[in-house]
Each structure stands twice: as C-alpha cells, then as structure tokens.
Design a protein. Structure first.
Length: 530
C-alpha cells in the first residue's frame, strides 16, 4: 500500500536527475583539475567515480520512503496505570420522565459520556438495568466501545419493565471481583432511585460491595415532586388499573444504599455531577494494566530513509564534502514527515469526531486499507451518521485480520440494529441483516457477551413467523430451532447457536416464573413496569 502514488512514479525521474547532476558536477571538476595540472587531473579522475550512482540511489530511496509505503501487521503492548470502574445505568421507563432536561435518561447518558471521556486510560465496564440487569460491556480500555453502548441505551433495550437496583449492584460486583488487573475498584450508579425490590435489597447488595472493598458513588436524577412518564404515541404511561403513573426520585433507596456501602452520594442539584464523581475517583489508587494494540498496514518508509542515510553517510565519510551532509539533513525531515499521524487520527485524538469522519473517508478513498475503513465507520457510528458507518464498516468486514473483522462485524451489526429501531418501514430487513453480522461476529468470538446481547435484540426486532394452520387452542409453541449452518459458510456452529438460544429461553422462563409467583400470591399479574 502506497500513500502517495505520485511520488512513487516521480522517484525514478528524480533519481535520474540527481545522478545526472552529480555526473555533470564531476565532469566540471575534472576539467578544472586538468586545466590546473595533469597530476591533479589524474587524481580527480581516480576519485568520485561512484558519486553519481550512490547519490541517485539515495534520492530514489528517499522519494520511495516519502511516498509512504505500508505493509504487514504489527502489535505492541500498551501499558498504563488504571482503576476498574463499572457504570450502572438505570434504563427503566421512569427514566423517561422529563423533570430534568432533556429527560432523566438523557441527562444520565450525558454525565456517563463525560465520565468516559474524563476516565481515559482507566478500565470501564457498563451494566444497564430495568427489572433485571444486563452486562453491556465487560471491563475494557476501549472507551469508544462504552460510548457506543451508551448511545444505544433506552427502555426498549430491556426485555421486561420494572426496576431492580439490587440485582444490578450484584452483577457489577461480579464483574469487578473477577478483574485481575488494575488498581482500586468502584461502582458508579446513575439512577432515579425508584427500585421495586426495596431498600433492604439495595442496601444488602451495597454492603457486599463494601465487604469486597469496592467503592460506591451514586448520582441521582429526577425530582421528589414527581413527574409523568411519556409514551411514544404522545400519551402518558398508566399502570394496570389505567391510572397515570407519577414517578419520584427515590432518595430513601439511594441514601440507604450509599450508607450501607460507605460510599459517596452526589447532591441532586450538583452543577457538575461528572466532575464530582471524577474528583472522588481521583482518590483511588491506580495500578499497571497491559493491553495489546494491533496496527494494520504498518508504515515502512523509515526503512528506505535508513538505507538512504547509510549510503549518504558512507559517501560523506569517503568524501569530505559539507554539501553532502547538508543534503542529508535536508532530506531527513521530509522522510520523517511521511510517517506522521493521519489527519483522521489527529482529529480523533483531539475529540473532534465530526471532522474525523470525512478525514478518515478521504484517507480510505485515497489509499484504501481495512483499518482506515474501520476507523471511518466507527467514527461515523459514534457521530450518529449510520448510513456512512454502515457503508464503511461493510468494507472493513473484508479484512483478513480476524480481530479487525470481528470488530467490524460487531460495529456493523450494531449500526444496522440502530437503523432498524429508527426505521419502521425497513425494520425487518435491517434487523435480519444486523442479526446475520452479529452472528458472524459470534463465530469469531463465541464468548462475546455484548455481541450475544445485541444479537438477541436484533432477533426480537425481526418479524415473527406466521402462526401454524389449524386449531387446537392453547398457547402457540415456540418455533422449532433452525438447523445448524455449516461453519465454513461463516455461520454459527450448533453449540454457539445453542448458547444464545438457551440465554433467550432462560430469560423468558424466568419471566413466566415470576408472573406465576405473583399470581399465586393473589397479586396482579402485571406489576410495576416502570
């Protein structure tokens, strides 16, 4: 791969020009020596015979290096000092109340995104919860993955309405206790405190955090005055008796939970909640963590610059000529500039995602490369340009690098899933395509919990199969499992598909058991779903 093909075409011409110039200079020098004396002319003819080819070859190597050759794969170990933090996000319907702007969930996501940005270099995880908790992302140094998951959060992500804060703390504790790297551990809860499992369950789970020396920081949202919950059709959410639901911030639950853990409760009216959390986390001790960073099409221009340096240095050592040293110093900055970071990477490092997307696209169209298309698609996905993200990530899925292909497939499936949720007319086809790409990502990483979760969401958006013909009454049985696909065709294997299906069946079975328990107690089969 060549970044600047034009320089590569000009390299032979420029090398020939430098060689001819060196040959002409030698001829002039020999004629001047001959005019002075025959002995000096003989000495001039005996020296410098290799100047023209050496300098021409050095010029060729320098221009080839400036053209930006890239090839091969490389990986390096990155090391930093980090803490382990799990963000626990409340995505129950009560978080849609608009007693804070834009609403409780929108405000919580803004605070969480600010934390992700401020905690760059730390290991972050994400747990979302409604009636049950969901592990959206394990602990990772990839902050962009957390940001993508935050953008996709809303109550429709949860398969069952309600709010169970204690269960979310239990899952966050499991994630942190399994962490083998990093320093101190912390849980940051972003919730309105409305939890139907009660104060005792939340306080008990928080006390277990304290027993494992896991810090707890609670960020409340909403007001105690109460607010109605809007529905998508312009109406207000009602309970099973048809009454409008009024949701209030649960200070009692949040205070009991924080006190049990010996943690920190951010003031509800704090002007900068993210800053308060960051200052509290700054007290924790960090420890070394390691990660592998892979690069596709590694810049190799320095090899040609090094070869040119050796040639010119050898020539200068035999010819005491200051001009050659000046030529070397003039060429080195130009050769080094061929290896500077691309415009897209510089913009992304500054946090300017909007400008990074077109920069990555220009770079991808100019020189191609799966990594560049992946960067362009991922940046577009973070920016919310789903059409551009889908097109770029589709190209990146052709990568021969398994890890890059897996990431591209996962991001492409997530992009199509978000498009399916926004486009009701083409929802079925988009959800089907999302499920296909996520399934392919699972074939490369069967243990990827985030891919399994998004795959389940895509399947639920797909149009259900038609009901069977004939009578018989009773509940419609679930459709039979599809026959396993041939793994050589890029589909899931039978065991991997069984894992995903079992997770879906287990969640459905737990929901039915919970409804049956409430019916046996004489309670309404439809409990609080906000």
């Amino acid at each position: 791969m060549i970044e600047r093909p034009l320089l590569l075409w000009l390299a032979p011409v420029a090398a020939a020009g430098v060689g001819l110039l060196a040959w002409w200079a030698r001829q002039v020098r020999m004629r001047a020596a001959a005019a002075w004396s025959p002995d000096l002319a003989a000495r001039a003819r005996a020296s410098g015979a290799w100047s023209a080819p050496v300098l021409g070859t050095a010029a060729l190597l320098i221009l080839v290096g400036m053209a930006g050759p890239r090839w091969g794969l490389a990986s390096r170990a990155a090391e930093s000092r980090a803490i382990n933090v799990v963000l626990v996000m409340d995505i129950s319907k009560s978080m849609l109340a608009q007693d804070v702007l834009p609403d409780r969930l929108g405000r919580a996501i803004q605070v969480a995104r600010r934390l992700v940005q401020d905690l760059s270099g730390d290991r972050l995880g994400l747990v979302a919860f409604a009636a049950r908790p969901y592990l959206m992302s394990p602990l990772t140094l990839d902050q962009s993955a957390i940001a993508l998951q935050l953008d996709a959060l809303d109550p429709s992500v949860a398969s069952e309405g309600g709010s169970n804060l204690g269960a979310a703390l239990v899952l966050a504790r499991e994630v942190l206790t399994q962490a083998s790297e990093g320093g101190d551990r912390a849980v940051v809860v972003l919730s309105d405190g409305e939890s139907f499992d009660g104060e005792e369950a939340a306080a008990e789970a928080a006390a277990r955090l304290a027993g494992d020396r896991i810090a707890l920081i609670t960020v409340p949202f909403g007001s105690t005055d109460g607010a109605r919950i809007p529905e998508g059709d312009g109406t207000w959410h009602v309970d099973h008796l048809g009454r409008e639901v009024i949701t209030r911030r649960g200070d009692a639950v949040l205070s009991a939970m924080t006190e049990a853990a010996g943690g920190e409760l951010v003031a509800p009216d704090a002007p900068d909640p993210a800053g308060e959390v960051r200052r509290w986390l700054a007290r924790l001790d960090r420890a070394a963590v390691r990660d592998q960073i892979a690069a596709d099409l590694v810049p190799r221009g320095w090899l040609f610059a090094l070869a040119a340096l050796v040639l010119v240095a050898a020539h200068a050592a035999t010819r005491r000529t200051a001009a050659l040293i000046g030529l070397l110093l003039a060429c080195l900055p130009a050769a080094a500039s061929a290896q500077r970071p691309t415009d897209g990477l510089r913009l992304l490092q500054r946090g300017d995602t909007a400008a990074a997307v077109p920069a990555f696209l220009r770079e991808a169209k100019r020189r191609g490369g799966d990594t560049v298309w992946y960067n362009a698609g991922t940046a577009a996905l973070v920016q919310g340009d789903l059409a551009t993200a889908a097109e770029a990530l589709e190209r990146a899925t052709a990568s021969l690098d398994p890890e890059l292909r897996r990431r591209a497939l996962y991001n492409l499936g997530t992009t199509l899933l978000r498009q399916a949720r926004a486009d009701t007319t083409a929802r079925d086809s988009l959800a089907t395509a999302a499920a296909r790409h996520l399934r392919e990502a699972l074939t490369l990483a069967p243990a990827d919990g985030a891919a399994k979760y998004n795959y389940e969401l895509a399947r639920r958006l797909m149009r259900p199969p038609p009901p069977p013909q004939g009578g018989g009454g009773g509940d419609t049985p679930p459709p039979p499992n599809q026959p396993p696909q041939d793994p050589s065709r890029g589909e899931m294997s039978e065991s991997e598909a069984e894992q995903v299906l079992q997770a879906m069946e287990r969640a459905e079975r737990e929901t039915r058991q919970d409804l049956a328990r409430r019916q046996r107690r004489g309670a309404s089969p439809t409990g609080p779903d906000w």
